[in-house]
Design a protein around this ligand. Structure first.
Ligand code: UD1
Ligand code: CA
Length: 466
């Protein structure tokens, strides 16, 4: 088979986005537009993959991540033709086909690219361009065909006559071109058009004029090849992608009680028979096990959640691991680096940060647990606070297995509470407690009978005297 090269154009700022950030860095379903395009290309296993960068080149290169990608810099933004030319240095001695795509068509799939490439190769074409028909062709380049349906040229919307603008078949910006022809044709481009740019699209007319085999391949799904040029288009595309992701997970056996209100990130994985309530956001690298229940109004980012976990109403969970059959919420906050062992339970108004909570251990009400390591079968009473920070550094609290922490306990770190300790209610624990001990603060209860009535009388007398 002919060697395959790929060029992805990603140097533009994307003026219509009105952003300080390069367009291809903007996110769709939580993944940068360009990373999505690169992910769609990689399964084609190209011999060379070159990304043309310009605006915010460092950041753009960073999000591409994968090894083996080469980068070319386009110094000045002089049009798509000039951008492809910037990549030429990476194709010295290369003979084969070059697939060209833009970094701003994020819904493109590997299947569509593979089919397009296949069609190009079986027809032995010099140039193939992927096209689609739109209800509203907007600012896209129009595909001009002769009476025999053979493609003649592409005309940019800004340069088109009213008759040309009426054409609904548009250029997706995806091409497959013989490398030798491509680089020769680029040298013949002239920036004589409405935008004074070197248009890559002009190579189509060149190929036709030279009598080379040129084809426009019409694809069916307009969403897939749509480009993002404005915030509104990005938002519309997010709507499209969210609908796809929701359909996908429902087809995998996930129940979404009110699908339209559930946001699912691209890298999220959801197990079978998990039920997700309204207003749930699943973001980042979040994995939900099977048979989980999320009651609703949850924000979950980068969490690994085991089978049969139950996230009750209104929780915020970040960068945490929840074992199987754990129960969290309602109104709980796992702030990050939290590990809940299986069957652990975190209840309402409990905040947990950088802590390990052992199996079957419960902290069900109004607590702060930070920098703690808690064993199994322990019970953390209401209003327990780990005082992990002295204003200078963070310190650890260790609590053993089967420890009973009474309500309103203050644990001053660094501190270790060994196994089977019983902490009485309202205790401030300052020193380590040996296994099996009872710990309490010796302050006897004092009672003054009739004190309230006396106090009120005194206050009333004072008010009269004023
Ligand atoms: C381009 C096509 C148009 C097609 C549309 C599909 C041309 C002249 N027009 O128009 O026919 O319908 O894509 O989406 O090619 N880029 C660079 N350097 C540049 C200019 C652009 O790297 O100097 C990159 C951009 O970052 C972007 C891509 O090329 O990823 C497309 O550029 P854009 O300005 O969005 O082109 P369109 O006007 O949409
Ligand atoms: Ca575009």
């Amino acid at each position: 088979m002919e060697p395959l090269g790929v060029i992805v154009l990603a140097a533009g700022l994307g003026k219509r986005m009105r952003s300080e950030q390069a367009k291809v860095l903007h996110l769709l379903a939580g993944k940068p537009l360009l990373s999505r395009v690169v992910s769609a290309i990689q399964p084609l296993q190209p011999d060379r993959l070159v990304v043309v960068v310009g605006h915010q080149a460092d950041e753009v290169q960073r999000i591409c991540g994968q090894p083996g990608i080469r980068f070319a810099t386009q110094r000045e933004r002089r049009g798509t033709g000039d951008a492809v030319r910037a990549a030429q240095g990476h194709f010295a001695g290369f003979h084969g086909d070059i697939l060209i795509t833009c970094g701003d068509t994020p819904l493109l799939t590997t299947e569509t690219l593979a089919r397009f490439l296949d069609g190009h190769r079986t027809r032995h074409a010099t140039l193939s361009v992927l096209t689609v028909e739109l209800e509203d062709a907007g600012q896209y380049g129009r595909v001009m065909r002769a009476r025999d349906r053979q493609i003649v040229k592409i005309v940019e919307a800004r340069d088109a006559s009213p008759e040309e603008r009426a054409v609904r078949e548009i250029n997706t910006g995806i091409y497959c071109v013989n490398a030798t022809f491509l680089f020769t044709a680029l040298e013949r481009l002239h920036p004589i058009n409405a935008q004074a740019e070197y248009y890559l699209t002009d190579i189509v007319a060149q190929a036709v004029t030279a009598g080379l085999s040129t084809q426009a391949v019409l694809t069916a799904d307009p969403h897939e090849v749509e480009g993002v040029n404005s915030r509104e288009e990005l938002a519309n595309m997010e709507t499209t992608r969210q609908a796809q992701l929701r359909r996908h997970w429902m087809s995998q056996g996930v129940t979404l009680e009110d699908p339209d209100t559930v946001y699912i990130g691209e890298e999220v994985i959801i197990g079978q028979d998990t039920v997700i309530g309204p207003n749930t956001q699943l973001k980042g690298k979040t994995t939900l096990g099977a048979r989980c229940r999320i009651d609703g109004s949850a924000y979950i980012e980068n969490c690994l959640i085991g089978d049969e976990a139950h996230i009750q109403f209104s929780c915020v969970l970040r960068n945490s691991e929840l074992g199987e059959a754990t129960v969290v919420g309602p109104f709980a906050h796992l702030r990050g680096e939290v590990v809940l062992a299986p069957h652990a339970e975190i209840g309402n108004f409990v905040e947990v940060k950088r802590s390990f909570i052992g199996e079957h251990t419960k902290a069900k009400h109004l607590s702060y647990i930070g920098d703690a390591e808690i064993g199994r079968n322990a019970n953390i009473g209401a209003g327990t606070i780990t005082c992990n920070y002295d204003g200078f550094k963070k310190m650890k609290t260790k609590i053993g297995d089967r420890v009973q922490v009474g309500s309103d306990t203050t644990l001053i770190a660094p501190i270790t509470i060994h196994d089977d300790v019983y902490i009485a209610t309202a205790t401030t624990v300052r020193q380590d407690v040996p296994a099996g001990a009872l710990v309490f603060n010796s302050r006897d209860q004092q009672v003054r009978e009739g004190w309230t009535a006396a106090k009120r009388a005194k206050e009333a007398a004072r008010k009269k005297g004023e």
